[in-house]
Ligand binder design. Structure first.
Ligand code: AMP
Length: 286
């Protein structure tokens, strides 16, 4: 497994591989790898000749006062895990190599991808600029890696909608692979941020997935309307977590709120438990 830090060298290597006819599967991450990330890596290994994982805590997707500084960084551990999975390349650039102006806030891009609606709803309402930062770095990583296939987790559903849109708007020749959310035995969605939770908070955090599972079951059963079910879920969750930011039921593609069951939809929520912001979602087939 080769670890590359320089964007230019990385781009050069990837270009050579492509020329030799090797298919490239790419998994972008922010490190502190857990089983959720590894599921993406395994899928990439099964479908490609060469597997590339990037580890980069993207400063441009964190807002002021968010956890950029304290975000867990476990490079040694991460490399060990990736070696075990037989990953071929790890791209681990520095912030100054990836963003125009070091890692300070606000980072200014002269060139950026703007999203007119997708990035302003759900998490975008509470994290202004977040998806602009995600899209800028994801686009840059795609240009550098020149992958045939990219792997993203359903855990960050809004991000997947945005990356898909980026690929289709720019006609990038990249196949998008959505990998289902990997959960702990009790249902909590795996996340690098779960490490922030105390045992008592960990227990309360469980209500997020529980409420979403109930909601999915009820929507599928179709006995009660979506608006009523949503209100019930909101009331339950409000009692159990510290701050509920949103709970919405939206069309799986457009992310517009739905009021009736029809096309595939997604129920998503974001809340705080203590100081930790958690997100989760469930996909409900049409
Ligand atoms: P992150 O390191 O949090 O930026 O995540 C990197 C990739 O792993 C993203 O595509 C995430 O959606 C995905 N991911 C993170 N947690 C999970 C999980 N529990 N299940 C599936 N994919 C995940």
């Amino acid at each position: 497994m080769k670890v590359i830090r320089s964007p230019k060298e990385f781009q050069h290597r990837m270009r050579l591989l492509r020329r030799r006819g090797s298919s490239i599967g790419f998994v972008p991450t922010m490190g502190a790898l857990h089983e959720g990330h590894l599921r993406l890596v395994r899928r990439a290994c099964a479908e490609n000749d060469t597997v590339v994982v990037s580890i980069f805590v993207n400063p441009t997707q964190f807002g002021p006062g968010e956890d950029y500084k304290k975000y867990p960084r476990r490079m040694r551990d991460d490399l060990k895990k990736l070696r075990r999975e037989k990953v071929d390349y790890v791209f681990e650039p520095t912030a100054s190599a990836m963003v125009p102006k070091k890692s300070s806030h606000p980072v200014r891009w002269e060139t950026s991808r703007e999203f007119h609606r997708l990035a302003g709803v759900l998490c975008g309402k509470y994290r202004p600029g977040h998806f602009r930062g995600v899209a800028a770095i994801v686009a840059k990583l795609f240009y550098l890696a020149q992958p045939h296939r990219v792997y993203f987790g359903a855990k960050d559903y809004q991000q997947t909608a945005i990356v898909r849109r980026l690929i289709s708007d720019l006609d990038l020749d990249i196949a998008f692979r959505l990998v289902p959310t990997v959960r702990e035995g009790d249902g909590l969605a795996m996340s690098s941020r779960n490490a922030y939770l105390s045992p008592a908070e960990r227990a309360r955090a469980l209500s997020l997935s529980r409420v979403l599972f109930v909601l999915r079951r009820e929507i599928r059963a179709g006995r009660r309307g979506i608006a009523v079910l949503r209100q019930d879920a909101i009331s339950t969750l409000r009692r159990r977590v510290d701050r509920l930011q949103y709970l919405e039921i939206v069309d799986a593609e457009t992310l517009r709120p739905v009021s009736r069951r029809g096309r595939k939809c997604v129920a998503l929520a974001a809340c705080y438990v203590g100081q930790t912001r958690l997100i989760d979602n469930v996909i409900i087939p049409g």
